[in-house]
Design a protein around this ligand. Structure first.
Ligand code: PLP
Length: 389
């Protein structure tokens, strides 16, 4: 009698990134378990409603998100990238226009600007905040400049007061890239409500995330809100009546339902991130690392990014202990192959280029336990101690 093959032969090995880490950057199963009841109820509610495009679930989320931020209007769209693109389209930004932004960001910031046909113009960052250096903006403004897109990278606010002063003086629109900054403020006012339009992402890892893609654009201007609502659905003012050119970028109903279940927890999750950040500041003090500033407590710690000129060695040491870290981002956008046509070269953005080789993101999701964090801190201290001997 032939024996059947051992069972485990046919079982496929799980990808190491899903299971191999003792301390992962994110754990979505944990995230689901933590809010399982509300999420299950939300998904069931959508299935039983029979309503799968826009409608009450999306509207309810748009209203709670606008209220949470203190904005008049929120428009749910497919992603954070689309939130920036739809915002710029509503502002009339098009081919031949310039949009001032940074190269130290996630590529989607630039991809969104390019969706309009406009040209991104890069400004270097400030070494203390790692956000746009407001002192360098005016030198880049020309007759072609239409908008500024500051990025609140890692959840740390860019200097919105100075940026809004410059924009006002030159009559430029401001679209804040708040993808990493849900809940953060600048001088007591929520990010996303400083600029003409604020653009948010609900990608799973973000401070307010769904399980999949989602985004929203917020504004106080009713005419811009109306334009963005039209653009996200084929430019329609009513069914089958397209009054402007649009795209399909609706926030999915299932995603809106998950967001409705998650939004009541955003402040608590941001407080958890803040506690973890404070423990890192204390636990890593005195090491040859540049620790991030907390921007007078207004940072929401999407990422906790330390800097060291021995970044690669530290990263691989931590990986040996199965501690996952990240680099956000290893190659600045102006040096990415896809954007070579913009004509930038090494040396054009010295601070951006320098810090790209030094940054390391440590685990800081709200689900991270104190024990896991202790292990991260202990292992980093061990890495630096072994050199002193
Ligand atoms: C995530 C992110 C985006 C894009 O958001 P998606 O929802 O992934 O399209 C844009 N800018 C920054 C800074 C981001 O981190």
């Amino acid at each position: 009698m032939r024996k059947s093959a051992p069972k485990n032969r046919t079982r496929r090995a799980a990808p190491p990134a899903m299971t191999g880490w003792v301390v992962p950057l994110n754990d979505f199963k944990r995230k689901y378990r933590e809010n399982k009841k509300a999420i299950d109820r939300a998904i069931k509610r959508v299935l039983e409603s029979g309503w799968f495009i826009l409608g009450p679930e999306v509207k309810a989320f748009e209203e709670s998100f606008a209220k949470y931020l203190g904005a008049r209007h929120a428009i749910g769209v497919h992603s954070g990238t689309d939130a920036i693109a739809v915002a710029l389209m509503a502002l009339g930004v098009k081919a031949g226009d310039d949009v001032i932004t940074v190269a130290h960001t996630a590529t989607p910031t630039i991809a969104a600007i390019r969706q309009t046909g406009a040209t991104p113009v890069f400004v270097d960052i400030d070494e203390a905040t790692l956000a746009i250096d407001p002192g360098l903006i005016e030198a880049k403004i020309t007759a072609r400049t239409k908008a500024i897109v500051p990025v609140h990278l890692y959840g740390h606010p860019a200097d919105m007061s100075t940026i809004m002063d410059i924009a006002g003086k030159h009559r430029l629109a401001v679209v804040e890239d708040c993808a990493q900054a849900s809940g953060a403020s600048w001088r007591g006012k929520k990010l996303g409500t400083w600029g003409t339009i604020g653009a948010f992402s609900f990608y799973s890892t973000k401070n307010l995330g769904t399980f999949g893609d989602g985004g929203a654009a917020v504004t106080d201007d009713p005419a811009l809100a109306e334009r963005m609502r039209r653009i996200r659905q084929y430019g329609e003012s009513e069914r089958y009546k397209s009054v402007i050119e649009g795209i399909n970028s609706r926030l999915q109903v299932f995603q809106a339902a998950i967001l409705n279940a998650n939004i009541p927890h955003l402040d608590r999750w941001n407080r958890a991130r803040k506690r973890i950040a404070a423990r890192y500041q204390k636990g890593l003090a005195g090491l040859p690392l540049v620790l991030p500033s907390d921007s007078n407590g207004e940072h929401v710690w999407h990422l906790f990014v330390v800097r060291t000129d021995r970044r690669d060695a530290l990263k691989s040491y931590l990986a040996d202990y199965r501690i996952e870290t990240g680099i956000h981002y290893p190659t600045p956008v102006h040096l990415q192959e896809a954007y070579r046509f913009l004509g930038y070269k090494k040396g054009d953005l010295p601070v951006t280029e320098k810090i790209a080789g030094e940054i390391l993101s440590l685990p800081i999701s709200p689900e991270l336990t104190a024990t896991e964090q202790q292990l991260v801190i202990k292992t980093i201290r061990q890495f630096f101690a072994k050199d002193e001997k």
